[in-house]
Design a protein around this ligand. Structure first.
Ligand SMILES: [Zn+2]
Length: 289
């Protein structure tokens, strides 16, 4: 729980230099290179120490979920090669949400791969604006704009080489914040949830004229997330699901696979929902004083 609050604080304390947001000292600490590895089935970790990026491998090319910062792209490139795959085989780019620490490298990745970018309508607008006019950050965390090739609605499927990924719209953290689900096979079938961000780092939750429905959206999002069957729990930030310790366990060959963690998923939702409601309460009380 403390980590989420800390993460939120760090988020608002960013002070990027003019132009496109570059990783500052804090965010650079999330962007340390780590060894890529197979998580489960055809699903691979190709991101940095805390900023996650996932490769879903199929016989007809690959799907890449999230780009990290623009500075993460060379790591992703290297990680994919190290696993024995080719960046050029990435056919589809999808994302969790249009913030510079997860979408800053999408434009570059699209150029490098020629892949099609598929995203929600609200995130497509924020991506096209390069993160500008964000309802909570304004123009503070701009990144290179990128155009979507397909707009996804809630429940839409992205299919490639026998893999089906389902987009669930979970607005709040951004208006187009998306949770992805899929199944993987490893001995049996497992439900994978790539949970969208549920934190509200320094957000104005009461009377936010840039996002009047923000509280209702978060609440609906928590309900939807709680309804999803989840065996394998993943997210855009490693600290949401204990990436570091789980990857160590996996490397040591600990069985069962540490990423199979439905309890961790429930706990994450409970913690971030409680933190959210506490913040709503705090801001409401402030209003009354
Ligand atoms: Zn974010």
């Amino acid at each position: 729980m403390k980590t989420f609050i800390l993460l939120g604080l760090l988020c608002v304390l960013f002070c990027p230099i003019s132009g496109y947001a570059q990783a500052d000292e804090t965010s650079r600490s999330w962007n340390q290179p780590v060894k890529p590895f197979r998580i489960i089935g055809n699903l691979y970790y190709v991101g940095a120490s805390d900023i996650c990026s996932y490769l879903i491998v199929t016989p007809n090319g690959h799907i890449l979920l999230d780009s990290g910062f623009v500075e993460t792209v060379p790591q992703i490139q290297q990680n994919i090669a190290q696993l024995g795959f080719r960046l050029e085989d990435v056919k589809i780019l999808i994302n969790s949400h249009a913030h510079y620490d997860h979408a800053g490298g999408l434009a570059m990745l699209k150029r490098l791969t020629g892949a099609k970018l598929m995203t929600s309508e609200a995130d497509a607008a924020l991506l096209a604006a390069g993160g500008k006019d964000d309802p909570n950050f304004g123009d503070r965390f701009a990144f290179e704009p990128v155009t979507a090739d397909r707009i996804l609605k809630d429940g839409d499927k992205v299919k490639l080489g026998g893999v089906t990924m389902v987009a669930r719209l979970t607005p709040g953290h951004t208006k187009g914040n998306t949770t992805w689900t899929m199944t993987v096979n490893e001995g049996k079938r497992y439900n994978v949830v790539f949970a969208g961000s549920t934190t509200a780092p320094g957000y104005k939750l009461i009377n936010n004229r840039h996002y009047p429905n923000i509280v209702a959206d978060y609440r609906r999002t928590f309900q939807l997330l709680k309804s999803l069957p989840c065996d394998v729990f993943l997210a855009p930030h490693g600290n949401f699901f204990e990436l570091t310790s789980k990857s160590k366990l996996l490397e040591q060959g600990t069985k069962p696979n540490a990423f199979i963690d439905s309890k961790g998923y429930k706990q994450f939702l409970e913690d971030t929902e409680a933190a959210f409601e506490k913040e709503v309460q705090r801001q409401s009380n402030q209003k009354l004083n």
